[in-house]
Structures are given as structure tokens and as C-alpha cells.
Design a protein around this ligand. Sequence first.
Ligand code: G
Ligand code: G
Ligand code: NA
Ligand code: MN
Length: 250
Amino acid sequence: RILELDLRKALANEEFELYFQPLVNLKTGRIATCEALLRWNHPVRGTVSPVDIIPVAEEMGLIVDLGRWILRKACMECMMWPEQVSVAVNFSSQQFHQRDVINEVRYALEVSGLPASRLEIEITESSLLRNTQFTHDALEQLHAEGVRISLDDFGTGYSSLSYLHSFPLQKVKIDRSFLEGIDSDRPLTLLHGVARLSADLGMAVVVEGIETNEQLERINSEGTVTEGQGYLFSRPVPASRIRQLLAASH
Ligand code: G
Ligand code: G
Ligand code: NA
Ligand code: MN
């Protein structure tokens, strides 16, 4: 288990790094958005996964400071990209519990110079379930600010479909578990159903975890999915590499 002290030191010592993974527009084949994914280059343990970092940071109350670092870093990196490209930043539910989440976002945009329209905030279904009214109000404010809200890992939580229209969401990311069994002949009924529903509600639809061309073809067959993300396009890569990919894509 990661020592709390280690995590605090890591933030001070700049041991964290952001990797980026592209979300590709399936019509144009171009990178539309890059998702920031946290990595920790631990001096002894090597690369530590966010799965091991985020829950500990939440427990020890470091998520606000860490979240602030991630958000600013991501916005600053996005400024280096072609202006049609957005950055997506994962928010933990606890980041919505701080009263000044709006100011955090405003400040990150201000210091980086990034327009709000180029920032996407990814939230999970489970964070919508916690402190619903509070989260709802925060999301409304962020939306009013011009930031896009994206529902991550959709279909893995316990939220009802009514969440899709009771929160201001502009994008739905269908979890990669919907692709399980896709290599058999089983029709993608569930995936296409969820995609259609989201599209009918006016949201952009992303399918996560696309690994093969066969999967991509079957996803494209209905034309409702707007963006794809997965190893087929690119694994999460360091900032320097994503700049190269963007230069080649734009
Ligand atoms: O990149 P990787 O597959 O290791 O990410 C694992 C999980 O950690 C994913 O669910 C991802 O959303 C989450 N995660 C990655 N980076 C961040 C981050 O910056 N903030 C939060 N809250 N979660 C993150
Ligand atoms: O929970 P979230 O969607 O934020 O998790 C994103 C993580 O999913 C990435 O950090 C990456 O490690 C993982 N991921 C991205 N694309 C693929 C893929 O095509 N296959 C698999 N198995 N994992 C992926
Ligand atoms: Na995400
Ligand atoms: Mn996801």
C-alpha cells in the first residue's frame, strides 16, 4: 500500500506525469480529443497506476491538490495542440464536493489561456450518485461556463437511464465491457441500443476499448457512434508523443 507521505512528496517533487490517449472522430479519422491519464514515476516502484493512486489520494484528502495539478497541467498541454483538439480530464467525485470547483476550473482556464470549449470533464456514473443535488448544481455551472461534461464508463454503474437527461451531459463514453464477445457473431444489440439512445438525446457517443479493425467496422455499421478510443488508435502515451500524433493527424 502506498504511503501517504510518498504521495505528498510526489506532488511536491513533480513525480507525476500526464499521459494522453486520443479519442478519434470516426467520420474524419482525426483526433478530436485527448484524455489525460495520470501516471506516477515512483523512484523505487516504477510506474504506479492511477487505480492505486486516486483512491488513496481521496482518502487522505490530497485529491483536491492533485486534481488541481492534473487540471492545470492538462489545460497547459492542450494549448500546445491544434486548436480543434480538446482535452478530457477525469474528475473524482470528491472534487465536486469542494465548494469552489467552479473557481478551480476557471482558474485553470485562465492561467493556461485555454478556451472553456476545449475542456471536457469526465465523470463516472458513481460520482453522479453521490451527493446528487450538489453534483448537479456544480455540473450546471460548469456547463454554463462552456465546459463539456462527459459521462465516463457508461453502463458499468448503477445509475438509471434517467441520469442521461437529468444531468447536463454532452458526451457519453460507452464502457469497453460492451465490446466483450464482439468477436463472436453475437450482434452488438446492447451497444447499439445505448448509442442510439444517447444520440437521440443529443449527446456525442464514444465507444471505449476498441482494439481491432473488426470491432471498429461493427461499431461503424450503425453510424450512431461519433468517436472511438482504444489501443487500435493508440495506447495512452507521453505528452511528447501525443504532440507527434496530433501533428500527423492534423
Ligand atoms: O490509465 P489507466 O488505464 O491506468 O487508468 C485507470 C483508471 O484511472 C481509469 O478509470 C481512469 O479514469 C482513472 N484515472 C486516470 N487518470 C485519472 C485522473 O487524472 N483523475 C482521476 N480521477 N482518475 C484518473
Ligand atoms: O476509466 P477510464 O475510461 O478513464 O479508463 C481509461 C483507461 O482504459 C486507459 O487509461 C487505458 O489504460 C485503458 N484502455 C484504453 N484503451 C483500451 C483498450 O483498447 N483496451 C483496454 N483493455 N484498455 C484500454
Ligand atoms: Na476516463
Ligand atoms: Mn472510461
